[in-house]
Design a protein around this ligand. Structure first.
Ligand SMILES: Cc1cc2nc3c(=O)[nH]c(=O)nc-3n(C[C@H](O)[C@H](O)[C@H](O)COP(=O)(O)OP(=O)(O)OC[C@H]3O[C@@H](n4cnc5c(N)ncnc54)[C@H](O)[C@@H]3O)c2cc1C
Ligand code: SF4
Length: 444
């Protein structure tokens, strides 16, 4: 007999292949042409549009929606890509419910925003399906730039620099380019290898060489890059993971949620991936939700997310929390891990309830245990491997203006840089703006 959600311990193939295919299908199926026109017709094409203000990449949203309404989705896509070259991925992963759609006047008036994200996907998918790259390079400048990190920040920076006529080499430690678009974003947000297709499409600009398997600090040095290139951009993300600081954390089957998600994203066959019957995820952000939801979709019987503060403090949006609940994930708040219990492999996790006190979170002394045969840590990522000599601010690379670091000739952006809010779209905006600043510096 095969495995099922009730099989004890870790097991692969808890669900039939066809259920896995359904579970990991597109979360928001793309709009058909007529649906896109109907959705676009709901836009008031506001002057001083609040949606545009709320977009970290400042896409001219009313303009691109009007272009869809008038039957020119390729022009709409060009409007989007002018500001955000990863507009295809952002259409899939942006928490629009807390950005453009939250402030849409139709949301304010009627509680139902214009579906900006889905319209953006309709436009960008249309153009990308035509395999057309709507940008060309300026005359070669003879300048070279090294970009470290091929995530959204690095790719956006590289594309803008290539457009300006500079020659760019992008180095990445991993085997594939894309950063968390390839290794982090939940599978059901980016199906059909979209991340790699988008990288290939972006590179059509020309002038960008990608060298994977090359890590700064392991063969590459910042001094070396500074000597060999006219400028350096660092978009190395946050590769460290915070620990729980709970007793027994090194017990078997305790893992970082980001590693589990990366393994899942790279798995050729989801039915070969082992998952626990009782899975516990510790954390309250997007990573915790993604790990919990995907555990459930793989067939875990019980998945519980535990967060130390109240639900209103969770960094996962209300929409993400509802998504988790709708997939059967239980969310426990005001509890922090005390001990991981098990002989060789986790069997239970002990928690202590917390309460908000005048000086912050306080333990209450009241404890409880949850059965667990798999435990995922999702309590935040941190910068690891920042080159020596750079000033840090709050554990990230300190930047001023458009990504200028404390070292001349070195810029940084995306998750690894100070400020920002650890979103794909913000990383794109920072990479793009740093490229403009690098271009200005190289042209001076
Ligand atoms: C699980 C998870 C789910 C998420 N879901 C969403 C979502 O749904 N929506 C959203 O908007 N945001 C989401 N985010 C956040 C989003 O993915 C990041 O904000 C975004 O990817 C940051 O882009 P980046 O280019 O700064 O860094 P990254 O995407 O992390 O890319 C950094 C790149 O640098 C490389 N690198 C690191 N160190 C070195 C080195 N020493 N040398 C060479 N290369 C190096 C890495 O291999 C990587 O390719 C999620 C994050 C996680 C962890
Ligand atoms: S706020 Fe809403 S209605 Fe106004 S332009 Fe933006 S999407 Fe259209």
């Amino acid at each position: 007999m095969g495995n099922s959600p009730f099989t004890p311990g870790l097991a692969a193939g808890r669900l039939p292949a066809k259920d896995l295919a359904t579970n990991f299908g597109d979360l928001h199926p793309p709009l058909e042409h007529h649906e896109a026109v109907v959705a676009a017709d709901r836009c008031y094409f506001c002057h001083d549009a609040p949606c545009m203000e709320a977009c970290p990449t400042s896409i001219d949203i009313p303009l691109f929606i009007r272009q869809i309404a008038t039957g020119t989705p390729e022009a709409a896509a060009k409007t989007i890509f002018d500001q955000n070259i990863l507009g295809g991925m952002c259409a899939r992963v942006c928490p629009t419910e807390t950005l453009c759609e939250e402030v849409c006047v139709r949301e304010t008036a009627e509680g139902k925003p214009v579906e900006i994200g889905r319209l953006q996907r309709y436009a960008t998918d249309t153009l990308m399906a035509a395999s057309w790259h709507p940008f060309t390079r300026a005359e070669p400048t003879g300048k070279t730039v090294a970009v470290v990190g091929a995530g959204p920040a690095g790719l956006a920076c590289a594309h803008r620099l290539a457009m300006k006529g500079h020659d760019v080499v992008v180095f990445d430690a991993r085997a594939k380019a894309g950063g968390l678009n390839e290794y982090g974003i939940a599978s059901y947000k980016s199906v059909d290898s979209f991340a790699q297709k988008e990288v290939d499409w972006l590179l059509q600009i020309g002038g960008i060489t990608v060298e994977t398997g090359k890590a700064l600090g392991d063969g590459l040095s910042l001094d070396g890059l500074k000597a060999d290139y006219d400028a350096v951009f660092l978009g190395i993300g946050l590769s460290g993971v915070n620990s729980l600081r709970a007793e027994g954390e090194d017990t078997g089957n305790v893992a970082d949620a980001v590693d589990f998600i990366a393994e899942l994203r790279q798995a050729g066959d989801l039915s070969a991936l082992k998952i626990g019957r009782n899975v516990v995820v510790i954390g309250g952000g997007m990573t915790a939700v993604d790990a919990a939801v995907q555990s459930k979709l793989l067939g875990a019987e019980n998945v519980t997310m535990v967060y130390r503060r109240g639900q209103d403090r969770m960094s996962a949006s209300e929409y993400e929390q509802e998504l988790a609940a709708s997939k059967g994930v239980r969310i426990v708040t005001h509890a922090m891990p005390k001990a991981v219990i098990g002989n060789g492999a986790v069997r239970e996790v002990e928690f202590e309830y917390t309460k908000d006190g005048p000086n912050g979170l306080e333990p209450t002394g009241e404890t409880f245990r949850l059965p667990a045969d798999q435990l995922f840590r999702a309590i935040g990522q941190r910068l690891e491997g920042a080159p020596d000599g750079l000033t840090l601010d709050g554990g990230k690379i300190a930047v001023t203006g458009a990504g200028r670091t404390s070292l001349g000739g070195v810029w940084a952006g995306g998750d690894c840089a100070s400020g920002g809010d650890d979103l794909t779209v913000t990383a794109v905006a920072e990479g793009r703006d740093a490229a403009e600043d690098i271009h200005a510096a190289l042209s001076a």
